[in-house]
Design a protein around this ligand. Structure first.
Ligand SMILES: [Zn+2]
Length: 230
């Protein structure tokens, strides 16, 4: 089941590696299907060595519905995030070094780049530490993320979410690009320029109109589908 979607999960994991957000088997990718089942990458497998069938199908209790592998050790935390965030259908967990590094010296990565506004939809908060592989990692992430699309897990990595895999992927990749830029700015020791709330709001809005199948169009389609179902 879900052959195409499993391949998309694997392709996303390979992109995380390509963009330097994970190394070897770090992090994980998960996606909620329309029937409520969840696809999740296996525990401890190097993405380059994986095939689509290594991606597990689990139910919301974490029981394996399909697959021979052991699911990610973070599955309990990932399912908690999906349960608490009903509009989210994709969760990406990375160990991306720049955003995670900034999380060691600040409580929030400021939103002072249009890329950051585009992808995270605001500043990126830093969640309190929760043990990797435990439920507390998910609890801390949900508590800190608010309406944003990404959160830094202190001493650990990043959780990025999206209504679909593309949005979650853009969030963590662009967060890392922004974190690199902020790191360069910080390294000068000079005062950092800030964006106004209006500039951030406009940069968020632009990204909703951006691309070939925009978020605004997806919203309109969802509204039309809901109206016709009533
Ligand atoms: Zn991790």
């Amino acid at each position: 089941m879900y052959e195409k979607e499993k391949q998309q999960v694997l392709d996303t994991a390979l992109k995380l590696d390509r963009y330097g957000l994970v190394a070897l088997s770090g992090g994980n990718v998960s996606a909620r299907m329309e029937d409520g089942l969840v696809l999740v990458t296996p525990s401890g497998m190097i993405y380059d060595d994986m095939v689509a069938d290594d991606v597990l199908v689990v139910d919301m209790d974490g029981s394996v519905v399909e697959g021979e592998r052991k699911p990610s050790v973070d599955t309990e935390a990932l399912l908690y995030i999906l349960r608490k965030m009903p509009k989210v259908n994709a969760v990406i967990h990375t160990h991306q070094p720049y955003a995670t590094g900034l999380g060691l010296v600040m409580d929030e990565i400021p939103c002072n780049l249009s890329t950051m506004a585009n992808a995270v939809e605001g500043p990126c908060r830093v969640a309190d530490y929760g043990d990797p592989g435990s439920l507390s990692m998910g609890v801390q992430a949900v508590e800190a993320i608010g309406d944003q699309l990404a959160v830094v897990l202190k001493h650990h990595g990043v959780i990025a979410v999206g209504r679909d895999m593309r949005q979650a992927l853009f969030s963590c990749v662009y967060l890392e690009e922004a974190a690199k830029t902020v790191s360069v700015a910080l390294s000068t020791g000079l005062p950092m320029a800030e964006m106004t709330d209006a500039e951030v709001a406009e940069a968020v809005a632009v990204f909703h109109r951006y691309g070939q199948h925009t978020l605004d169009e997806q919203d309109a389609e969802a509204a039309a589908a809901a109206a016709s179902a009533e």
